[in-house]
Design a protein around this ligand. Structure first.
Ligand code: FES
Length: 121
C-alpha cells in the first residue's frame, strides 16, 4: 500500500429506485463500507452530500495527495468499491492500468481529475 492514505468519498444522498429519505442507497453503501473498512488504515471513508452525478447512484470518488482523483458511479457492491480503492492506493499516481480495473473503474468511471499543480510530480 501507499505511504499516503486514500480518501474514499461516498455520496450519502444518492437515492436508488424505491428509496425513501430514511436510508438512501448512498447511506447504505457508506454503512457497509464502514463495517468492512473498520481498522484498515490505508482507506479513509468520507461521507459527502453530493458529487453531482445524481442520476447514477451511488457515486464515489477516490483521492490522495499527488494522485489523480477518480469519480465513479453505479457503485452498489461494497467489496468492489474496496477492491477499487485498494488498487487505487497501490498505484503510483492514481492511474490503475485498464486490465487491472474492476468494472467500477471501467464502465462506472465518470471523470478523472489531475493532481493539483503544486503537488504534481
Ligand atoms: S445525490 Fe449522489 S451524486 Fe448527487
Amino acid at each position: 500500500m501507499t505511504a499516503h492514505p486514500v480518501t474514499l468519498h461516498v455520496c450519502l444522498a444518492c437515492r436508488a429506485a424505491g428509496d425513501d429519505d430514511t436510508l438512501r442507497a448512498g447511506a447504505r453503501l457508506h454503512a457497509a463500507l464502514a463495517a468492512r473498512l473498520d481498522g484498515q488504515g490505508d482507506v479513509r471513508l468520507s461521507g459527502v452530500e453530493c458529487l453531482s452525478v445524481c442520476k447514477r447512484p451511488v457515486t464515489v470518488a477516490f483521492a490522495a495527495p499527488n494522485k489523480w482523483t477518480y469519480i465513479a458511479a453505479d457503485a452498489v457492491d461494497p467489496d468492489e468499491v474496496i477492491d477499487a480503492a485498494e488498487r487505487y492506493a497501490a498505484s503510483e499516481d492514481g492511474r490503475v492500468p485498464w486490465r487491472e480495473r474492476p468494472p467500477l473503474l471501467k464502465s462506472g468511471l465518470v471523470a478523472r481529475i489531475p493532481p493539483q499543480p503544486e503537488t504534481r510530480r
